[in-house]
Design a binder for this molecule. Sequence first.
Ligand SMILES: Cc1cc2nc3c(=O)[nH]c(=O)nc-3n(C[C@H](O)[C@H](O)[C@H](O)COP(=O)(O)OP(=O)(O)OC[C@H]3O[C@@H](n4cnc5c(N)ncnc54)[C@H](O)[C@@H]3O)c2cc1C
Length: 578
Amino acid sequence: MNTIETEVDVLVIGGGTAGPMAAVKAKQANPALRVLLLEKANVKRSGAISMGMDGLNNAVLPGHATPEQYVREITIANDGIVNQKTVMAYAANSHAMVEELDRWGVKFEKDETGDYAVKKVHHMGSYVLPMPEGHDIKKVLYRQLKRTRVEITNRLVATRLLTHEGPNGRVVAGAMAFDCRTADFHVIRAKSVVLACGAAGRLGLPASGYLFGTYENPTNAGDGYSMAYHAGAELSGIECFQINPLIKDYNGPACAYVTGPFGGYTTNAQGQRFIECDYWSGQMMWEFYRELQGGNGPVFLKLDHLAEETISQIETILHTNERPSRGRFHAGRGTDYRERMVEMHISEIGLCSGHSASGVWVNERAQTTVRGLHSAGDMACVPHNYMLGAFVYGKLAGESSAEFCATHDFAPVDAGQVAAERARVQAPLLRANGLPPSQVEFKLRRMVNDYLQPPKVTKKMEIGLERFEAIREDLGQLQARDPHELMRALEVHAIRDCAEMAARASLFRTESRWGLYHARVDHPETNDTDWRVHAQLHKAADGRMACFKRAIEPYIVPIDATDSSAYSRLRIPEAAEA
Ligand SMILES: Cc1cc2nc3c(=O)[nH]c(=O)nc-3n(C[C@H](O)[C@H](O)[C@H](O)COP(=O)(O)OP(=O)(O)OC[C@H]3O[C@@H](n4cnc5c(N)ncnc54)[C@H](O)[C@@H]3O)c2cc1C
């Protein structure tokens, strides 16, 4: 294992959605900076938008919605637990970002006047902007990376951040990584770092039992959450799990957002609507779960009442864009939208701020609690941020990183941190006999399902914590036969960290909130008196994982009492009595 040392001004880790934008914006802010984009896969096709995207879930566009309306909607959808300033920073930059992506060549649906053709899917406002030809988005980003001369390394897996205790507190000093083709160990010094490693998508085990058959892009194993945690950054809302509606046995969304504006909707087995709105929230997932469990299940996406030309249009979007395999899957099952409803299910649990609220704590400039360290996209805590939020926060992170470089030099690299990490990374390759990473991962994620899947039970989560502690010993016996398997071994370390975070944060918040995301059987009520706060998690001075409360900043957009419970009134009563 060779050790390769590099020095850059800005290091961006994760080349999916937020990462490329951060790199481009840092370079545009100061073209003289050396900006490196580091990706474990290949930037040309990596991340959640690898094949394209069907639409923007949350565009805030003039004439359709105001930033204040959006902040109100997300505050309510997230049961009041938001730092509104961060949501406002997204909303205020949303329109300019859509226009910039449009200029770069991303195709959005427009009406005959050239205005963006925004649709209503959320409970209150209109924010969904379809992208029926959204398959070129990665190509568009790649062109910008080349144009701005961002340096790119593919196949490098970041494992830990370098930090330094400076006079003004902890500061980032770079990161360590290894090459999953050669196993070379990389020490990358940087003045500023952006973490954009996506969701923790390999936490729960999907119903298929297949390790990589996750809702999330499977290279997003939770490495970002783990790296931020070990660097001492604060994380937030980890107990607000991600659980999404899926097509049964297919690891993609049923796309009620795409079909809703055409007249499609979610129903129970009787073909009856049971929720007023298909926008994904914990409250919506709770109603979905109740229907699945309650004898009216399974749940379906209903399209068979639509006209032929409408269904053809839906097929063109859903079968060619974000998930081209979807048409083949339905053909194999004999599901024709014209004749049969599409059976749905719920996904495995994960951590994701893009869809729910769990992530690294950031302010409205994408700065974490470690100086010089930024985070953006699904792993940064800005609730319900989705793809456009990843772009906006990527931009904010890139600009803030460039600014940080202007006033800060390199922090010293701690040789002890490098030696310890090199030994940890190399160990599975040196072991002649040991445990295959896939086996340990399967065991760990099966335990996650058994003990953490909502509705959450205190005793189960306590047992889960014991099991995750025991799996720590398995980590010391992992064996990798080649550099690729080494990546899998190190991912299991990160998944274990995320499992422990999920259990500890869930035990900490002794109430129920966010519908299914944090439904606690032995604390069924929402308790605003004690828990209208952020639940934070960090590595304490003694090296242990600890949780604490952080007060919610005063709202900048007031919420009235009637609106605040709007997302708790999604169930259509008639269907409940049927
Ligand atoms: C199935 C699906 C459908 C979606 N549909 C929509 C939609 O229709 N509309 C919408 O607005 N949003 C949608 N989203 C959400 C949106 O795609 C995400 O919010 C957004 O793409 C997240 O961007 P990101 O940069 O945080 O993560 P990603 O784009 O996933 O990028 C993370 C990158 O980090 C890399 N990485 C991870 N760990 C490491 C490491 N240790 N070292 C180096 N690199 C690493 C990964 O390989 C990956 O390339 C969808 C998401 C999914 C999963």
